[in-house]
Design a protein around this ligand. Structure first.
Ligand code: SAM
Ligand code: SF4
Length: 475
């Protein structure tokens, strides 16, 4: 598959900044949205085409309640017809909160003297991972501040540590990273340690706003941050995650810029981002950020639906920064991954750091404090399949969302069976009785809907093997 660059991305160069503020504002200010145009754009997306900036702007400028509902309905439809009812689950693990940057919105920023700085030692990391495995987690994202202590060697070391912790049937099968940009050599080293996705959020794509929020440290260099995932690609790390922190600048600008970033990676590297994240600013220790750009729930739901339609083949991540109620609503607009049972205070999965010590070690406040099992219960109640699948990554199938999207039968022959098998493992090894009961029902129903009798027989055989004690079976 070769992506044809959009006209604005034709002259993009690897490693060169690509955001043109005027271009983005031009699309926002000079694109009109009529009912017909909005419907045409939704239809284009439902026919499995990525939208360009102008088409995305048409959706962004649709302000009538009726049209907003049609956009949301389009996103629901896309999610249903393309991705089905699976939701992949993961957990973040904060490794250390030392930081030499000063992002004004973050509790870890260097000038926050109230923050108690700490890095988990190897023993604590292992205890945390054992606790996560005891809950049934299989996929982690390791999170670090930006500090000389957290260089590529250290990150690679913690990744290997995570893969090596095995408790009972528990194991971590995919480790993703959210950390500062690395050098070319650094990205290569971390790739060799076996990571899945490397996430770096631009926070805001507006340079002027960016400079206001990032007052010193390496992160204050807008272009360095913007092109860091190019460096990752140059290092052979083609599985990258982009994101914007909503609330720092106009949300419509950020949505278009995320699409622009996607186009840039497609134009220069022939592969878009694996995932897009859209965190919203949450309360944080001793910070005073002007709330003029904060995004309300209605606009937040709207922007997720628009992103889904704009980049139909990119994974979308929604975190526990948001409340359970909101997550339950917007998940249907095309979210593919959520975290469950999340704790972001250092050492808090295993309580390896006592509560008193733990004051002021979190980056911000979470809104969804449900346990992993509670999240799974609710997904099952809504007829969704909670999945811990890591098959594509393990089999070297990169561009998995693209395959889900474009390879006929991929979801029915790979994703759904794999989601079922990982749910079976969870049910056998970790679920309480009431979850087992509804889990088996959802599994039976989804086996019934598989594409062929052959596949049904094959999945049932594998489930039998899981019941006999085998683990980690996938297609
Ligand atoms: N230090 C690395 C960096 O800045 O890229 C990675 C870790 S940082 C802890 C992960 C992300 O958390 C940031 O990229 C930012 O988008 C988000 N974040 C920071 N402060 C936040 C807040 N107050 N509310 C919600 N998300 C926040
Ligand atoms: Fe440090 Fe990242 Fe927080 Fe910025 S967002 S202060 S770089 S941990």
């Amino acid at each position: 598959m070769k992506f044809t660059p959009e006209k604005y991305a034709i002259s993009d160069e690897k490693g060169k900044a690509f955001i043109d503020e005027n271009e983005i504002w031009n699309y926002i200010n000079n694109t009109t949205s009529t009912k017909e145009k909005v419907r045409e754009v939704i239809a284009k997306s439902l026919a499995k085409n990525r939208l360009n900036l102008e088409e995305t702007a048409i959706l962004l400028n649709a302000n009538e309640p009726e049209l907003i509902e049609e956009i949301k309905q389009g996103a629901r439809e896309l999610k249903r017809i393309v991705y089905g009812n699976r939701i992949v689950l993961f957990a973040p693990l904060y490794i250390g909160n030392k930081c030499s940057n000063n992002c004004l919105y973050c509790g870890f920023r260097a000038t926050n003297k109230d923050a108690i700085r700490q890095t988990l030692d190897d023993k604590q990391i292992m205890q945390e991972i054992e606790a996560l495995e005891d809950n049934g987690q299989k996929r982690l994202i390791l999170v670090y501040g930006e500090h000389t202590d957290y260089d590529a060697d250290y990150i690679a070391h913690t990744v290997k540590l995570a893969y090596n912790v095995k408790k009972g049937n528990g194991e971590i099968r995919r480790v993703n990273i959210n950390a500062a940009p690395l050098s070319l050599e650094g990205f290569k080293k971390v790739k060799q340690s076996g990571i899945g996705t490397y996430q770096i959020f631009q926070e805001t794509y507006n340079k002027t706003a960016y400079q206001k929020y990032h007052t010193f440290g390496k992160k204050s260099d807008f272009d360095y941050r913007l092109t860091s995932l190019d460096t990752a690609q140059d290092a052979g790390l083609d599985d990258v995650g982009i994101g914007a922190l909503f609330g720092l600048y106009d949300w419509r600008f950020e949505v278009l810029a995320l699409v622009r970033h996607t186009n840039h990676l497609e134009a220069c590297y022939n592969i878009g981002p694996h995932t897009i994240s859209f965190p919203r600013i949450k309360d944080f220790s001793k910070c005073d950020i002007n709330d003029s750009y904060f995004v309300n729930d209605a606009d937040f739901a709207r922007l997720i639906a628009i992103l889904r339609l704009a980049v139909p083949y990119t994974g979308m991540i929604l975190t526990a920064r948001e409340s359970a109620e909101l997550r339950n609503e917007v998940i249907h607009f095309g979210v593919s991954q959520i975290d469950g049972g999340t704790k972001i205070e250092l050492g808090s999965y295993s309580n390896s750091i006592n509560e008193h010590q733990n004051l002021n070690k979190e980056q911000f406040k979470l809104s969804d404090n449900r346990s992993l099992n509670e999240v799974i219960d609710e997904l099952l109640d809504n007829d969704m399949i909670p999945s811990f699948c890591t098959a594509c990554y393990r089999l070297g199938r990169t561009g998995e969302h693209f395959m889900e999207f474009s390879v006929p039968g991929f979801i029915k022959n790979k994703c759904t069976p794999n989601a079922i098998l990982t749910l079976v493992e969870y049910i056998i090894d970790y679920a309480p009785n009431h979850t087992k009961e509804k889990g088996w029902k959802v599994i039976a129903k989804n086996i019934e809907n598989l594409s062929s009798d052959e596949m049904k027989v094959s999945v049932l055989e594998k489930i039998e093997k899981l019941k006999q004690g085998e683990r980690d079976l996938y297609y």
